[in-house]
Every structure is written in C-alpha cells, then in structure tokens.
Design a binder for this molecule. Structure first.
Ligand code: NOJ
Length: 557
C-alpha cells in the first residue's frame, strides 16, 4: 500500500462560526482560530478542515457561497486567512478548505446574472426548466423540506435547488462551470492550502430528462437521479487532471448514499479522482428508509457491522473515520452515554475511530466529550434544515412535542453550539452573547478543566494521536474482525509485518466477558491504551461499561 501523509494524519474539523470569537461580535472568526492553534497543536492534530469561510449571505451557514475568492466579513479578510495558513504551517498544521460547488448562493454574481434573461451568458451556469407557475417540473424534494424547484416569474422558468431555494444547483454539463471550478481550486491552492473537503460532490451530475420519481421514496425524493450521476466520474477526473494533480494535497469528498463498491470508483488508487470520501451508511443506524428524521432506536450492533464492512471492502481505497460533524448530533450523546459514562463512552468511541484503518476526523469539541443540546422552543434554533422541518411537520398536523423530540435527537444544531473553552462567561467563546446558545454544561465540560486533568477525554485523545504517530500498524496494518456475532463487543486486530494490535471495545453500558483468541499468541504484549487505566496485559478479562482495552505485541511465529 502506498504511504501518504494524509493516511497518517488526524484531521480536526472546525466550524468557524462556533469555534472562537476574537472581536466581540458573538461570531467565531479566523483570528479566533489563529489564537487557538497552540491548543490544536497540543492535541496533536495534523490537518485542520475549515467549514466554509467564503463570502455568504448565510442562509445555510456558508454553504451558500456568494464569492469564492473572498472571506465572509464576520470571519475576517483574505489577509487573515493568509496569516492562518502561514501560522498553521509554522506549527506543522495543514489547512483543508471546504469546496462548495454543487450549488452557489442565489446572491452569487453568476446567479444574479443568470436570472436576468435566458440569453444571459451566465444563464446556463444553472439548471432551468420552462414551466407554468404552480406546475413543478418533477416531484423532487429539497433536503431542507418542500420542492427542489423555485419559479422565476420574469423568465417563466424554474431553477433546481437540491438544498434551500437560496442554493441554486450549478450546471456541470456546462464546460464553463467546470473551468470556473478549476480556477477556484487553483486560486486557493496557490494561496497555500493543503486540500479540499468537497461538499456533496457526488450530486454534481444529474440524470438528463429530470424524471419524476414513481412511488414513495425514503431518502429525499429524487436522489437517485443526481447522487452518483452519469458523468460524476468524468467531472471529478477532469478536475483532478486540470488542477488537483499538480499539488501534494488531500481531497475528501462528501458522498451520501454510496456502497463500498461505488466508493472505490471515487477513491480507488488508480482512479485519479479523490483521496477519500465520507460515506454515511453508519449515520443511518438509528433511522429507517434512509430518512434522517425517520427515527428508530439506536442499533450499535448494526453500527459495528457497518464499520466492519467498510474496513473489509475498501481494499485499494482509503476510509474516513468519523462519528459526528457539523451536520450530525454529538457522538457521545448518540452512540455513547452522555450521562453517567460520558468520559468512558467518549473515550471508547474515540478508540474505535483511532484504531480502525483510515484517517480519523475529530469534530470540534468531540475531544472534550461535548454533548447534544435540547432547546425548549423552535425559535431558539438556527439551522435552516431544522426550522424548515419543524414548520413542514406542523403543517402536516404533527404534534409539536413529537417534532421537538426528533429535533432534540437529530438536529444539526446539536453540533453547532459554541466551543466550550472554559467555565468563564459564554464558555470563553466570546465576550458577548454568542450567535447561538452555549450548552449550559460548559461549567463542567470545557477545555481548560480537561487540560488540567490528566484523566480527561482531551488527554485520552492526545494519547491516541501520539500513539498513532509512533505505531505504523495503526495506519497501515491489515484489519481482521473477531467475535462478529457479539452484540456487546467490537473486537478486531490490526497487523503489520509481525506487529499486532488487538482491540476490544465494549459498546454497551453493562459488563462484558472478553478473551483474546488462543489462535493469537503475542510476544511481550503490553497495553496500548485503556480508558479504565489498565496497565498490565491480561488475556481474558471482564470489560467494564464502555471499556476500551487495546494491546500490542509481536506475533509469535
Ligand atoms: C453538506 C454540508 O455538510 C451541509 O452542512 C450543507 O447544508 C449541505 N451540504 C449543502 O451544502
């Protein structure tokens, strides 16, 4: 297997609006990020992925870009981002930026031009359908509720928006659009960044004809006609050949609705497309029919099955390992226990992410075990998807309490509360009331407290990352699963040459008996990491709730 820096790295994801405010406007910003670089270096992160910082009217917190070559004024200036790149590089940290090119903002000059007339040179930058007002071109739905089409009276046409109506989809069939994207990439790569996370990049090729979807659809209606569409590989390969291949960078595509076989078409080492993708199969273990709001009880056995499947079936590709991000609930609240066993379960889940094969991603605050938030009223929420969902359900006559219960569990805002730096006012995030409420538990869950506590989740992450750097087996070792049928244990080994790492994870809140299989004999085995402070090797043991027990040794031949 080819050795690459991005395989050996740990990525830390920053949601700039909620990371650190430096100028007292209640909104996180780039100078704020700069002021926290030492913290990130101390944690051991190698790469910082910045969620969008481009100019944007913020209908979807920056995922609606109005100028790809400038910075949102609330976040700073181009000079600030240049300084961030420079300072990060000085500390050995790389910078990856979000690239949002499935759609733009409707306030992007391209769209402002495009909607002026059908013969405007920018008209064909977007996807239009002639039609009568009130008669939609097809029955596709937006990911943010309602139809995926918006009518423009002056043109007598609809435009497609897979997300909000302020996020019109770009027409990648138009070669000029593809060239624009190449130039945007070059602009940022020349500024010195180290890669891109590509937003919903498997949506860029739509099936021609835009057919309606027959019958009911679990996931958003219409998705089959634009996810992994007919020309997506041609487009991505073209982008790679035109610009990406000239730089030593990392690329990770956000690609919902892929199987390992489809994923390999994006990331196969001989494909010349992307380095990694984010797959989301494991983000659907607590819902049915692929619908994010169709909630069912969490099934951790299913989680283990999916994680293991991706480990086994991505041969010739590379996995991204994550359990939360800015679109998902907090990992410890969802897959662990954010009450009694918060520390233990957060560390156990982290152990999984940092011992499976792939690049681990840490979402800001995860390293502190930050938790979900449950706000009383919809008026306190900020996320467009959450707010639209609430009103859509209300219109359908659903009981508001039931809607709020779903929002408490699944809203994207769970992950967007300000970073908890200290127990000072506003959690040390800002000197004024932040744009979005701080989780009241910041008095006990915060970075300052954890940095001073050697037993904290922060220090556990720090240790996991440091161990990864010293032990190539964690990066490049082969994966093998044990006790597949166990509903309590997730057990696997990683092997490189004669070194073997053996991992036991108790996924549950009850004790679990475990024993390393006799077939595996280790010489000089030692404890690699333990979230219960175990120091001596033992072959069989009773694992405590959410215990992670990892050993390392040489395989006896
Ligand atoms: C995926 C992003 O992660 C999400 O936050 C955003 O709303 C959509 N793509 C649309 O850009």
């Amino acid at each position: 297997m080819e050795k690459k820096w991005w395989k050996e790295s740990v990525v830390y994801q920053i949601y700039p609006k909620s990371f650190q405010d430096s100028n007292g406007d209640g909104i996180g910003d780039i100078p704020g990020i700069i002021s926290r670089l030492d913290y990130l270096a101390e944690l051991g992160a190698d790469v910082l992925w910045l969620c969008p910082v481009y100019s944007s009217p913020n209908d979807d917190n920056g995922y609606d870009v109005s100028n790809y070559r400038d910075i949102m004024p609330e976040f700073g200036t181009l000079a600030d981002i240049d300084l961030l790149i420079k300072k990060a590089h000085e500390k050995g940290l790389k910078i990856v930026m979000d690239l949002i090119v499935n759609h733009t903002s409707d306030e992007n000059p391209w769209f402002i031009e495009a909607r002026k007339s059908k013969d405007n040179p920018y008209h064909d930058y977007y996807i239009w359908k002639d039609g009568e007002k009130g008669v939609l071109p097809n029955n596709w739905e937006s990911h943010f509720s309602g139809p995926a089409w918006e009518y423009v009276d002056e043109l007598g046409q609809y435009y497609l928006h897979i997300f909000s109506k302020k996020q019109p989809d770009l027409n990648w069939e138009n070669e000029k659009v593809r060239k624009e994207v190449v130039e945007i990439c070059r602009f940022w790569l020349e500024r010195g960044i180290d890669g891109f996370r590509m937003d919903t990049i498997n949506f860029i090729s739509k099936v021609p004809g835009f057919p309606s979807v027959p019958g009911k659809s679990g996931l958003v209606r219409g998705h089959d006609f634009y996810m992994n569409g007919p020309r997506v590989h041609e487009y991505l390969h073209g982008l790679y050949e035109s610009v990406l291949k000239d730089y030593d960078i990392m690329t990770v595509g956000e690609t919902p609705n892929v199987t390992p076989q489809i994923a390999l078409q994006y990331v196969g080492e001989d494909r010349g497309e992307l380095n990694m993708i984010f797959q989301f199969e494991h983000m659907l273990v607590d819902s049915y029919d692929g619908g994010k709001w169709n909630l069912i009880p969490m099934d951790l056995f299913r989680l283990k099955e999916i994680m293991s499947k991706w480990q086994k079936e991505m041969d010739g590709g590379w996995n991204s390992l994550f359990l939360n991000n800015h679109d998902q609930p907090r990992m410890v609240s969802r897959f662990g226990d954010d009450g009694k066993f918060r520390r233990e379960s957060a560390c156990m889940l982290a152990t999984m992410l940092h011992t499976l094969k792939g690049t681990p991603y840490i979402y800001q605050g995860e390293e502190l075990g930050m938790t979900n938030i449950a706000l009383d009223s919809i008026d306190q929420y900020q996320d467009i998807q959450t707010i639209n969902f609430y009103h859509d359900q209300l219109e359908k006559g659903i009981d508001p309490e039931k809607i709020m219960a779903k929002i408490h569990y699944r809203s994207r805002d769970n992950g967007r509360t300000p970073m908890q730096w200290s127990d000072e006012e506003n959690a040390g995030f800002s000197s004024v009331t932040p744009w979005f409420g701080v989780n009241p538990n910041y008095k006990t869950i915060n970075a300052r407290q954890q940095m001073n506590d050697s037993n904290s989740i922060f220090h556990y992450y720090q240790k996991l990352i440091a161990l990864r750097k010293k032990n190539p087996v964690v990066v490049y070792g082969d994966y093998k699963e044990y006790f597949e049928d166990s509903h309590q244990l997730y057990a696997y080994s990683r092997t490189l040459d004669d070194t073997c790492l053996f991992v036991f994870l108790n996924l549950t809140g009850s004790d679990a008996d475990a024993a390393i299989p006799e077939s595996l004999q280790l010489e000089d085995p030692s404890v690699y990491i333990s979230n219960y402070g175990r120091e001596t090797f033992t072959r069989s043991l009773k694992l405590a709730p959410y215990e992670a027990y990892v050993v390392i040794g040489k395989i006896r031949s």
